[in-house]
Design a protein around this ligand. Structure first.
Ligand SMILES: [Zn+2]
Length: 290
């Protein structure tokens, strides 16, 4: 949904609340504390959208327990931030977001972080089919080492960049995260947690750690020192996902620290998995509220 449509559909705070209430509860509002349906809208006052629960005597609103809980930022700005973030081909910096929405950079950063956390919580898992697994290294470019004998701009395995491990369904979804362990054991642990190994076929490059999967699932290896494609054995989907991730990172995040990487990777995955979703804005809200 583009920004004009968002503004037209949700011109006021009240419209945003009604929409979120319908996404979260449909026709049956429920107490988020005790799940009771014995609830009633509080008498209208300044605070629109407040509800009372007659069962547990608490009060709540549609934002309770979500990324927008207790926010002081207008919901329309949240909606616009979501629209901007899910529509952006690369990744927006919080500075860009703050200019687009005419707000302080700190507030824009706060919203962006919460939105990314929601994307992280709604990651695709249980991938199946042909799975291409691969790792890559993203992050600040290493300083030039001018000392004699020092490494020359090292890249890839063994650098100080952040390792990211990913599994990508061929023509499907992706799951990636910052890797803490690229040993055979670490990779096996990662793949077993996100891939339906019994019904999938693994494709990787010749990196030895992937051999740890051999007794668990079908596994084909393409030797990148000799060729990149061997019939149907290749990791082109994973390469495509990495190039998207890197374009997003180097396009707007060159001044960011490694601490941002996990949520940044989650955003890249979410966007990759919704690349053909014409209703990505609605899908995002459904992930948070439905
Ligand atoms: Zn209750």
């Amino acid at each position: 949904m583009n920004l004009i449509t968002i503004c037209n559909r949700f011109p006021t705070q009240h419209d945003c609340i009604l929409h979120l209430e319908s996404v979260r509860w449909g026709d049956t509002p429920r107490c988020p504390h005790c799940d009771s349906e014995d609830v009633a809208r509080k008498a209208e006052n300044q605070r629109v959208g407040r509800w009372n629960c007659h069962s547990c005597k608490s009060s709540f609103n549609v934002l309770s327990g979500t990324i927008m809980q207790k926010t002081k930022i207008d919901l329309q700005k949240w909606f616009l931030a979501i629209g901007l973030i899910v529509n952006a081909k690369k990744s927006l910096s919080s500075y860009q977001l703050s200019r687009d929405l005419d707000m302080r950079q700190g507030a824009a950063w706060y919203m962006q972080t919460r939105i990314r956390q929601a994307m992280d919580e709604n990651q695709a898992t249980w991938l199946s089919g042909i799975i291409e697994a691969d790792e890559t290294y993203v992050g600040p470019k290493p300083r030039k080492n001018n000392r004699k004998g020092g490494p020359k701009n090292p890249t890839g395995r063994g650098t100080r960049k952040t390792p990211v491990i990913g599994a990508v369904e061929r023509k499907g979804r992706a799951f990636a995260k910052v890797a803490t362990d690229l040993s055979g054991r670490g990779i096996r642990c990662f793949l077993e947690s996100v891939v339906d190994v019994e019904h999938s076929h693994l494709m990787t490059d010749e990196f030895r750690s992937y051999r740890s999967m051999d007794d668990l699932m079908q596994h084909d290896v393409v030797d990148h020192s000799r060729q990149y494609v061997d019939g149907s054995v290749h990791t082109n989907s994973a390469e495509g996902f990495w190039s998207l991730l890197k374009r997003a990172w180097y396009g707007s995040h060159h001044h960011y620290s490694k601490d941002f990487m996990p949520l940044f990777v989650a955003e890249a995955c979410w966007k990759y998995n919704h690349r053909k979703d014409a209703r990505a804005f609605d899908s995002f809200l459904a992930g948070v509220f439905a």
